[in-house]
Design a protein. Structure first.
Length: 96
């Protein structure tokens, strides 16, 4: 069963550009992973400080592998001090 991840990033005041850069950097190496079926980053049109990642993975094992890779760990280290809430990636499956 495919796994869908939703992650929310609300930047600290003044951290918007750094969050956007961190998100942009992590996309290409993540897309190159065998288990990644798609990953995209988004910025809210109503709140310039609010960003999201939506990704689709072959299965939970593929995402678990992704979570431990160097580019993902660097991303987490980089983005964590730039957001005003605990980092959380929500694991979901499609209902249809």
């Amino acid at each position: 069963m495919h796994l869908y991840i939703f992650a929310r990033f609300h930047a600290v005041a003044g951290g918007e550009a750094a969050v956007e850069q961190a998100l942009t950097k992590v996309l290409e190496p993540s897309r190159a992973e065998a288990g990644c079926l798609g990953i995209h980053a988004f910025r809210s049109i109503r709140d310039d400080r609010l960003f999201y990642i939506h990704s689709q993975w072959q299965d939970e094992a593929a995402f678990d592998l992704h979570a431990g890779l160097a580019h993902t760990l660097r991303f987490v280290d980089e983005v964590t001090p730039l957001i005003d809430h605990p980092l959380q990636a929500i694991r979901t499956h499609m209902l249809d």
